[in-house]
Design a protein around this ligand. Structure first.
Ligand code: COA
Length: 262
């Protein structure tokens, strides 16, 4: 059982934890408390074997997350700005990217600044057709500080990333899909259904292999690692897992695998 907190709603459904950022009156902007609560929720869910995947969304039909809380950082100095970014990376953005279970962003409206950065840190993005996505930080005299300068270029390429960041323009769901920022576009009413369709596939697969795949894919984007070497190492290790024995036995015995995630 994952606790619901002031700004985070948690519900486990069909082996999936649905996390809803719940500050609709502020368009789900990420203040310090929301970041802390989201982190705690993710930490709790990591060890819950009945949770195979996570869907992350925003409360209401207007916004996924409209960014970091501007009112909260309005009077920050240089040191506080740096802290804001590094704590965010550590507790949420890098934490999500390297999480052991797939996290799907269900983008249900505005995903701006830290909101788009949050969606980009997730492994998969499903976007409703009313969504507006952008990194408008330069309009405020700052730059994206939650991984946006790096992950946007990885997803849409350097040229489009430069354009989006220096113009601060918002793009719609169709362009997000065309540019590789959205895996799927749905209506607002079918957004979660599409996410559950994806998680229903994840839930039948080996949690151990999925955890490893996330680690190895990310290794390819880490300048200090050689993704191919990490792949060789981790591929070899897979042969020592209980899930490998179960997966291969199930195939040979012509039955469905019953993975234990060991
Ligand atoms: N931080 C803090 N509060 C925010 C916020 C943010 N990033 N985004 C929205 N809000 C608040 C507004 O201040 C307003 O609060 P209030 O009712 O107490 O005044 C409430 O959410 C509703 O937003 P509002 O601006 O009235 O809605 P809108 O429909 O007119 O505009 C947006 C929607 C998303 C275009 C607009 O809210 C916006 O530009 N938000 C900031 C986006 C941004 O720059 N994000 C990057 C931050 S680094």
């Amino acid at each position: 059982m994952v606790a619901t907190t002031e700004y985070i709603l948690s519900e486990v459904k069909s082996g999936v934890l649905v996390i809803t950022i719940n500050r609709p009156d502020k368009l789900n902007a990420l203040n310090k408390q929301t970041i802390e609560e989201l982190h705690e929720t993710l930490v709790e869910a990591e060890n819950m074997s009945d949770v195979k995947a996570i869907i992350l969304t925003g409360a209401g039909q207007k916004a996924f997350v409209a960014g970091a809380d501007i009112a909260e950082f309005a009077n920050y100095n240089i040191e506080q700005g740096k802290q804001l970014s590094s704590i965010g990376h550590f507790k949420i953005f890098n934490f999500i990217e390297n999480y052991s279970k797939p996290i799907i962003a269900a983008v249900n409206g505005f995903a701006l600044g830290g909101g788009l950065e949050l969606a980009m840190a997730c492994h998969i993005r499903v976007v409703s057709d009313n969504a507006k996505m952008g990194l408008p930080e330069v309009s405020l005299g700052v730059i994206p500080g939650y991984g946006g300068t790096q992950r946007l270029a990885q997803l849409v390429g350097k040229g489009k990333a430069f354009e989006m960041i220096v113009t601060a323009d918002m793009i719609n769901a169709t362009d997000a899909y065309k540019w590789g920022l959205a895996n799927y576009v749905t209506t607002i009413d079918t957004l979660l259904d599409k996410c559950f369709e994806i998680t229903s596939k994840i839930a039948t697969k080996s949690p151990t292999a999925i955890r490893t795949a996330i680690k190895v894919i990310n290794a390819g984007y880490n300048n200090n690692l050689n993704g191919y070497e990490v792949e060789i190492e981790e591929f070899g290790k897979s042969f020592g897992s209980g899930d490998f024995k179960e997966g291969v036995a199930a195939f040979l015995e012509k039955r469905k695998a019953d993975f234990k995630g060991n």
